[in-house]
Design a protein around this ligand. Structure first.
Ligand SMILES: [Zn+2]
Length: 456
């Protein structure tokens, strides 16, 4: 036996119990009380929680955007992931006109093979059907383990948006292939109308980023996406849900039996649009923006009631000097914030405070994303699964500072946030990659996760 984690409280999406976890050759081989086994390495987890590693299914590493490239490389982003208990990261390469899915993904894979500190998978953002060749190629992509694709209903001027006809074609094709379409829903025409008006009036602070894309602007696109998916009887996954009205449309569709999945992010659970009134409001600029208190309350309520399926981060940080480009014009602020190292600790802190259960956090951050996106070896502590394990100390206090994070960015929206309870160790397929504040893994040890399509 390679590793024996003794006497911790094992948490799954369903239950918690004190047990030993035995690992050999990167897999969990036994779980039980007082396992009569010897191991090369024995870890005493008495009094600690033993959790499955999280999957952050929404990140943008080394992504060209907003006139620059997001501040975390594949190396620093996955290193930070390991230190926050995330053992699988999904990247979102963006296809541009003329590019093929596999050409694009393989170019990213070549970098990750050298740099990845945790395991990785890809959703591919489709922006252009290339005269239908992309619809053809999707089949090959699915066979290669890329079983989800993203559409932007926004970023029209940036040439990233798909129109409704393309969305419909992609939804139907994905359904046929046992794959999924993920949607970033905001309405670009309403946003442009608002931006034009505010700039003409000299209203240029970060607050107008929020006011140019308020609740109803997201809700319109959420509802349109859900409308198409339900009437075409195709599954759909809404990324970074942030507004109440759109969320309610998703909940209604779920209740009617449609396959609608909802993701939200820690920033929408923690902050409201009030952050954009702050002096450093530009640092919080992401799209969709944080919304009002009513939306935040609705997100927490849905999360507790089981209507939110996954938590992910939309990790896409930019450096301070880049955020400063928009000091006098909110449209010049690169959109995106940090979160990859904060998601699991933040959600576990909510559990520690009694807001939700630890089992629910495991479900939202690990079990559900693995199940929805076909990572059959990931997402729970069970015999035969990859030994992606986080040991969590419920009593350890931790304050987030940019200095104790493991990213390459120079500031974080989470600065000063106090957490009660924190991960003390992360194992990737049985290998220790994070130990009490330090990254101790191997650069390039992360492996590609070949995902499995849904049975039709
Ligand atoms: Zn995103």
């Amino acid at each position: 036996m390679d590793l024996l984690i003794k006497n911790g409280t094992v948490v799954t999406a369903k239950e918690s119990f004190v047990a030993d976890v035995a690992v050999d050759a990167g897999k969990i081989v036994a779980i039980g009380k007082d396992l009569p086994m010897e191991a090369n390495q024995v870890v005493d987890a008495t009094g600690k929680l033993v959790l499955p590693g999280a999957l952050d299914v929404h990140t943008h590493l080394a992504m060209p955007f907003g006139g620059t490239v997001s501040a975390d490389s594949y190396l620093s982003g996955t290193r930070a992931a390991a230190c926050g208990g995330v053992t699988t990261v999904f990247d979102y390469p963006v296809q541009h006109k003329g590019e093929t899915i596999l050409g694009l993904v393989n170019s990213k894979k070549a970098i990750l093979e050298k740099e990845a500190c945790v395991d990785y998978a890809f959703h591919c953002c489709i922006t252009d059907l290339n005269e239908g060749t992309i619809l053809e190629e999707m089949e090959k992509a699915v066979e290669e383990g890329i079983t989800s694709f993203k559409c932007f209903l926004v970023y029209k001027k940036e040439n990233m948006m798909v129109d409704d006809g393309t969305l419909a074609r992609l939804l139907l094709r994905a359904k046929e292939l046992g794959a999924m379409i993920n949607v970033h829903a905001e309405n670009p025409d309403l946003i442009d109308l608002n931006i034009e008006k505010f700039l003409a009036e000299g209203k240029t602070s970060a607050w107008y980023h929020y006011l140019s894309r308020p609740e109803f602007v997201e809700a319109e696109a959420d509802k349109r996406a859900v409308h198409w998916a339900t009437h075409l009887d195709a599954p759909i996954y809404l990324v970074h849900m942030a507004d109440k009205e759109g969320l309610e449309a998703c909940i209604d569709a779920k209740k009617a039996g449609h396959e609608v999945y909802v993701e939200t992010c820690p920033q929408y659970l923690e902050f409201t649009c009030d952050v954009y009134k702050r002096e450093d409001g530009r640092n919080f600029v992401c799209s969709p923006p944080m919304k009002g208190q009513e939306s935040q309350d609705a997100l927490w309520e849905a999360l507790k009631a089981g209507f939110i399926d996954t938590i992910a981060t939309d990790h896409c940080p930019f450096q301070s000097f880049e955020k400063d480009w928009g000091k006098d014009n909110f449209t010049k602020i690169p959109n995106g914030c940090a979160g990859i190292e904060n998601m699991y600790p933040y959600m576990l802190d909510a559990a520690n405070a009694g807001k939700i259960s630890f089992e629910r956090v495991v479900e939202l951050c690990s079990t559900n994303p693995a199940r929805i996106f076909g990572c059959t070896e990931k997402g729970s502590l069970a015999i035969g699964k990859d030994a992606d394990i986080v040991i969590y100390d419920k009593d350890k206090d931790f304050t987030i500072h940019v200095e104790n994070m493991h990213s390459d960015y120079d500031h974080t929206i989470w600065e000063g946030k106090q957490l009660h309870g924190y991960p003390v160790q992360t194992y990737l397929r049985g290998n220790l990659v994070y130990d009490n504040g330090e990254f101790v893994g191997e650069v390039g040890a992360g492996k590609y996760v070949k995902r499995v399509r849904k049975a039709n």
